[in-house]
Design a protein. Structure first.
Length: 95
């Protein structure tokens, strides 16, 4: 796969804040790249983190893969530029 941008974590000057969070059984952890956070819907409105969180909240019984598929469909229905990095990582703690 060819890309004109750096992969996540390859810039030695980038600083990250370490966070810790305990996931309870059934909870999701969703990480979105900036490109994903800036994705727009069919009407050109920014989808944003709240819509992604709402989608997750409505699909709590889904697997991580199932939720990822729904997030991808939401993004793909929009008119976002797919030249911008759109990375989504979904983790779900099993019961």
């Amino acid at each position: 796969m060819k890309s004109k941008t750096l992969a996540l974590g390859t810039d030695p000057d980038t600083r990250f804040e370490a966070l810790s969070r305990h996931l309870h059984p059934g909870e999701f952890l969703i990480l979105l790249s900036e490109g994903t956070q800036n994705a727009v819907d069919e009407g050109g409105l920014r989808i944003g983190e709240l819509a992604m969180g709402s989608l997750a909240g409505k699909n709590l019984r889904d697997s991580a893969d199932g939720l990822l598929t729904k997030i991808r469909r939401l993004i793909d229905r929009g008119h976002s530029s797919h030249t911008e990095d759109m990375t989504v990582l979904v983790v779900k703690r099993r019961k």
